[in-house]
Design a protein around this ligand. Structure first.
Ligand SMILES: Cc1ncc(C[n+]2csc(CCOP(=O)(O)OP(=O)(O)O)c2C)c(N)n1
Length: 380
């Protein structure tokens, strides 16, 4: 199915605003929305999926027309509260159409973080009182029209409707391509970070390719990755995991390697961290102004200010770097300080096509990490 054809159905349904957080299953859909260039649709990439439900509610109040909210099924967790407590028919009855990328569909091969979420995706929609249809590459134009007719009936009744999209549904059309203007290659920056911090710190890394690159680079440099905890799911929560560890033992150095999209998703963590001010915490934000891991869609934020936000929240030491030399100097400087620090690293939109994935199960990774951490504690 062509995403452009799908978008024509969206337009026929009277929807003029599209908001959400990108997903690789929806890559072609997201590209088509970006290529529209705000002509047929107003488009917003929101901080998280729940925020998109908020935005859709406001648009409906002001314009009386429903919005489309797109999300990976992981984002269902983020929409549950505004869906149940604002949009649901027993509360305000706000119509909206969800387009949900189905990762971890039972019977398909996918990453461990999608296994459970994939299994309960349809049940979750049912329990949230959202009628839905599932589409795939074989869905015909006529079937799609029928699905949109069903959706229209639900929306007219102040209810929500979800179209659950299986992997491979949308065929490749024209990709949305852009550059952010930065030069540092993320994988090289991560290697430099590992060289500086791996031997005396424990690293908590964010969802997506940052973790996959750290995993491979750690193996290449040190022959293992036991000091690396990869937050493979739960996007946006790596810094709170790292904070929990840093608060538990002030003698262990904790480094959180975050992404800009992930920080955006739960940015309140910066204010919380600043209040706790763990002295043994280095927060590194790898900023490419995009959700690179799922197709490089720009985030809803205008670029290079996470270090400024962190400073305004109360981080004691913050800096922004654009080159390898600046990064090395910032790492040396941060390691000599005993204060909550942030290094924001501006990187280009790049990743290797042959980038691998963790070989062990998530549980095994967690056990190896804990073993290394507690072994380190015994030796200290
Ligand atoms: C709640 C939730 N929504 C969406 C996703 C899909 N997702 C995985 S990685 C990623 C992009 C992360 O962007 P960023 O933190 O900027 O790192 P980058 O990929 O650019 O290195 C997204 C949107 C997810 N895993 N969880």
């Amino acid at each position: 199915m062509k995403a452009s054809v799908f978008l024509q159905e969206v337009k026929k349904a009277g929807i003029r605003t599209i908001a959400g957080v990108p997903d690789s299953t929806l890559k072609q859909f997201c590209d088509a929305v970006c290529l529209d260039g705000q002509k047929q649709f107003r488009h917003y990439v929101t901080a998280n999926e729940g925020a998109a439900v908020g935005l859709a509610t406001g648009v409906y109040l002001a314009e009386k027309s429903p919005c489309l909210v797109y999300l990976q099924n992981s984002g269902l967790g983020n929409i549950i509260n505004p869906l149940a407590s604002i949009a649901n028919g027993e509360v305000y009855g706000i119509p909206m159409l969800f387009v949900v990328g189905w990762r971890g569909e039972p019977g398909t091969k996918d990453e461990p973080q999608h296994a459970y979420q994939g299994k309960v995706t349809c049940e979750l929609l049912e329990v949230m009182d959202v009628a839905y249809a599932v589409i795939d590459a074989a869905t015909t134009g006529q079937q799609l029209e029928e699905i949109f007719a069903q959706a229209a009936r639900q929306l007219a009744d102040g209810r929500q409707y979800a179209i659950v999209v299986k992997k491979g549904t949308f065929e490749k059309e024209c990709a949305f391509v852009w550059e952010n203007g930065y030069e540092l290659v993320r994988e090289q920056a991560l290697r430099t970070i590992l060289e500086q911090v791996y031997s005396d710190s424990y690293i908590v890394s964010t969802t997506g390719k940052i973790s996959r690159e750290l995993y491979e680079q750690s193996d290449a440099l040190f022959g293992g990755h036991d000091r690396l905890f990869m937050t493979v799911g739960g996007m946006g929560h790596a810094s709170m995991i790292a904070c929990g560890m840093a608060q538990a033992d002030e003698h262990r150095k904790i480094v959180c390697v975050d992404g800009d999209g992930a920080v955006m998703m739960h940015m309140g963590a910066l204010a919380f961290l600043a209040k706790q001010a763990p002295k043994n915490f280095l927060h590194i934000v790898i900023n490419n102004a995009a959700h690179e891991s799922v197709g490089s869609m720009p985030t809803g934020y205008s670029g290079q200010t996470f270090s400024q936000v962190a400073a305004a929240c109360g981080y004691q030491n913050t800096c922004l770097v654009r080159t390898e030399e600046e990064l090395k100097a910032a790492l040396v400087d941060a390691s000599g300080r005993q204060e909550l620090s942030m290094i924001e690293v501006m990187v280009r939109l790049d990743s290797r096509a042959d980038l691998g994935r963790p070989k062990e199960s998530a549980r095994q990774n967690r056990m190896d990490f804990m073993e290394a951490y507690h072994q380190g504690k015994r030796e200290a």
